[in-house]
Design a protein around this ligand. Structure first.
Ligand SMILES: [Zn+2]
Length: 376
């Protein structure tokens, strides 16, 4: 198939769109202002737009009919919120083809680069009438808060069976084929309080029991697909009291369901065993934050994306992620969702930056995927 002319992407426009989005602060649950702007922009691109309100914020769902019959509908998604407030006009730098944080805050390319690339692709479609199937756009809120916004969506409203999630770091061309299941847990260890100087033998020290548990369980990288981490510990109230309660918060992640199950079982059984020996009570609660997914490179939609990347003169790179994204939630709801890198670099740090050429490549890649779907 023909390669889409790179010149269709308006470099100045996509850069300006990106900067204008970065300059609107939108920490999680404070997406109101950017949301109003995005609704306006999508309406200007002939989209039917609705806001999906929930208790703490809202998501934006927009829809446009294709101009060609029989093409698969595609969902394009990115998140509106940022981990911290994004910079104001004078707190980032743009020179030599790089837009970078000035070191005081994050830049917010996570995920405003994704939004800017989607909007640029949609603008080119509106200008040129290139063939495309139905398009749905979902801009989520509170992604940085455990994918909270994506979890609030009524998935009965989404018609697309395929999605691109423009929210991964690194140069354009990276395709995230797998992401882990993420489980968090809390162990509450309860001993017995006693005066530490007068009658320590009457107490049972919950901190010591917790320490014994933690020194026995697996932590860090378990195998290439699986990690464990004890992240928070709280216990005790004063040096002269044998501490009655200690709370340990931790997490597990794995790309392999059986490895995850085994790790959870071993960890919790080890903890129960040690608790018994130390005569403390142990309560364990765990929660699945999101499910994982894994796709083969031979999957037709993955092959289509990979061919589209090649047509952009980029070598596709397949990666497995150690973290989740809205794609985890979409995949759980039966939408085949693949995260793509937008060009954002060092997200969540004050050294965050993006090459402006990646904004162009990212926009072009979205157009290429839409064009491929229109030809099937
Ligand atoms: Zn993100």
């Amino acid at each position: 198939m023909d390669v889409i002319n790179t010149n269709l992407i308006n470099e100045t426009r996509v850069i300006e769109t990106f900067k204008s989005l970065v300059e609107i602060p939108s920490p999680s649950f404070q997406e109101q202002e950017i949301g109003i702007r995005l609704v306006e922009m999508l309406r200007g691109l002939s989209f039917e737009v609705e806001t999906l309100d929930y208790q703490h914020s809202f998501n934006i769902l927009a829809r446009k009919r294709g101009n060609i019959a029989g093409a698969n509908s595609l969902l394009l998604s990115a998140h509106m919120d940022t981990v911290q407030p994004t910079p104001t006009t004078d707190s980032y730098n743009h020179k030599d083809g790089v837009i970078a944080s000035n070191g005081a805050t994050i830049l917010g390319a996570d995920d405003k680069s994704g939004i800017a690339e989607i909007l640029e692709a949609l603008t080119v479609l509106e200008e040129t009438g290139l063939p495309h199937g139905d398009i749905e756009v979902l801009f989520t809120s509170a992604e940085e808060r455990g994918l909270y916004g994506a979890k609030q969506v009524d998935y009965g409203k989404i018609r697309s069976r395929y999605a691109l999630v423009l929210d991964s770091s690194g140069e354009v061309g990276r395709v995230v084929l797998a992401a882990p299941t993420h489980v968090v847990y809390r162990m509450t260890i309860t001993g017995r309080a006693a005066h530490a100087g007068i009658e320590p033998e009457k107490g049972t020290n919950s901190i010591i029991a917790a320490a014994r548990i933690m020194s026995a369980i697996t932590d860090g990288r378990v195998n290439s697909d699986t990690t464990a981490n004890v992240g928070v510990i709280r216990g005790g109230s004063a040096t002269n009291i044998v501490p009655v309660e200690t709370v340990v918060d931790g997490e597990f992640r794995s790309l392999t369901p059986s490895a995850l199950e085994k790790l959870m079982e071993t960890t919790f059984n080890t903890a129960r065993d040690i608790a018994r020996k130390n005569q403390v009570k142990l309560a364990i609660k765990h929660e699945i934050m999101y499910g994982g997914y894994s796709f083969n490179a031979e999957e037709p939609f993955v092959e289509l994306i990979s061919a589209a990347i090649s047509r952009c003169q980029i070598a596709p790179v397949y990666v497995k992620s150690g973290g989740g994204s809205d794609a985890n939630i979409f995949n759980q709801h039966g939408i085949m969702a693949i995260p793509l890198s937008t060009g954002m670099q060092k997200p969540h740090t004050a050294e965050e930056y993006i090459y402006t050429t990646d904004l162009i490549k990212g926009s072009l890649l979205i157009l290429e995927v839409l064009a491929s779907l229109a030809q099937r």
